[in-house]
Design a protein around this ligand. Structure first.
Ligand code: PLP
Length: 400
């Protein structure tokens, strides 16, 4: 009889993917389902990037490549770090994988031993917690409340460090809260980290270019140059260039970390897709104007959805500074006796109600360690956002 390995205990397909599947299933019988659950831009990959992919096929760039990325792509990534972040990395300090997701998996697999702890501020992308567990480590979650901007404070960090802490995992702008760590926040965390040389920092910068905050994007390796040897900076082309399906992500770190990551990748997937790597070079080196126009589109959608959410009875939503998610506080609504009487006792039940009664797919906050909240992706058209809000309003009023 088939039995799963103990490694998979407590680990399942992500709840976000499950909700997306349920929404698609519902859409086969109802053509009005609106999905605000996906974590990907709804824009197309820019034409110049698509053409680079086609050209790679036509010129037979269709074989195995160097294990953790072609020399040409690594050179483009080094230029990117230099140009956008003021960071100098050598070729042996860069690793490329099939998405930032695989890159993060490689880092954790390559560095964690049983008992090693990774500090993860929550709400967070829950994949972090499952990956840490799969890699044999222990996630130490630190709840960060809305009152502190959903950001980890230096005091919280200092109180959470133990002799077994291996990494601090930061994600700015954040999925799901949109919280952004400015240089001043990172400098304050850096001050604490300076005293604990054994602790590394993983900086997940995947939403770097989906930033509305007027302050420039900040990342730990650049803000605290003395800590750079301890920082692994993770990024990719998925969100910045609408290339989620191409699967290219990368990391910059000390050569020892990069070499260990290459071992993990060599025994799992080998190199990322050759065609996608060629396209990623064009994304990084080619014209960058789509980033600005798409960011502006996301900003106006953000204003639209957050304003709309705040008109729903008993709902409160702060204005996120980055990424493309609204993280709405439904706790006051969920506390209403009318909802309790109807069996809607938590964020998961409320999402089921919105999906089945209003045909709007939304992810409950518990998936991210933020129960009582909902995450609404606004990588959707204005019309979809307006229709979803209208239906949610009717749905909420029907409950009260
Ligand atoms: N990090 C965060 C916070 C994300 O939300 C995602 C995707 O949803 C990723 C990393 C992974 O992106 P990819 O594997 O497409 O590069």
């Amino acid at each position: 009889e088939f039995s799963r390995s103990a490694k998979l205990n407590g680990i399942g397909i992500s709840e976000i993917i499950r909700i997306g599947t349920e929404a698609r299933k519902l859409a086969t019988s109802h053509d009005d389902v609106i999905s605000l659950s996906a974590g990907e831009p709804d824009f197309s990959t820019p034409d110049n990037v698509k053409l680079a992919g086609i050209n790679a096929i036509l010129t037979n760039q269709t074989r195995y490549t160097a294990l953790d990325g072609t020399a040409a792509l690594k050179a483009a990534i080094r230029r990117k770090f230099q140009r956008e972040n003021g960071l100098d990395y050598a070729e042996n300090e860069i690793s490329v994988g099939a998405g930032a997701k695989q890159v993060l998996f490689n880092i954790l697999m390559a560095t964690l031993d049983p008992g090693d702890e990774v500090i993860v501020p929550t709400p967070c992308w829950t994949t972090y917690l499952d990956m840490i567990r799969l890699a044999g480590g222990t996630a130490t979650v630190v709840p960060c409340s809305e009152e502190t901007g959903f950001r980890l404070s230096p005091e919280q960090l200092a109180a959470t460090l133990t002799p077994r802490t291996r990494w601090l995992l930061l994600n700015s702008p954040s999925n799901p809260t949109g919280a952004v760590y400015r240089a001043s926040h990172l400098a304050a965390l850096g001050e604490v980290l300076r005293a604990v040389p054994r602790v590394g920092i993983i900086s997940d910068d995947i939403y770097e270019h989906v930033l509305y905050d007027p302050a420039p994007f900040a990342t730990m390796a650049a803000t605290c140059p003395d800590l750079k040897p301890r920082v692994v900076t993770v990024n990719g082309v998925s969100k910045a260039y609408s290339m989620t399906g191409w699967r290219v992500g990368y990391a910059a770190a000390a050569p020892e970390v990069i070499t260990a990551m290459a071992i993990v990748q060599s025994q799992s997937s080998s190199n990322p897709c050759s065609i996608s790597q060629a396209a990623a070079i064009e994304a990084l080196d080619g014209p960058q104007d789509a980033i600005t126009s798409r960011r502006n589109a996301f900003r106006s959608r953000r204003d639209r959805i957050v304003t709309g959410l705040n008109t729903l009875p008993h709902v409160h939503c702060t204005m996120p500074d980055g990424a493309f998610y609204a993280f709405a506080d439904m706790r006051a609504l969920l506390a209403r006796p009318e909802l309790k009487r109807k069996g809607i006792i938590d964020d998961a039940a409320l999402c089921r109600y919105f999906l089945h009664e209003c045909h709007v797919a939304i992810v409950p906050g518990f998936c991210f360690g933020g129960p009582g909240y909902l995450r609404l992706s606004y990588a959707a058209s204005d019309k979809m956002i307006d229709d979803a809000l209208e239906r949610m309003k009717t749905g909420v009023n029907r409950l009260l």
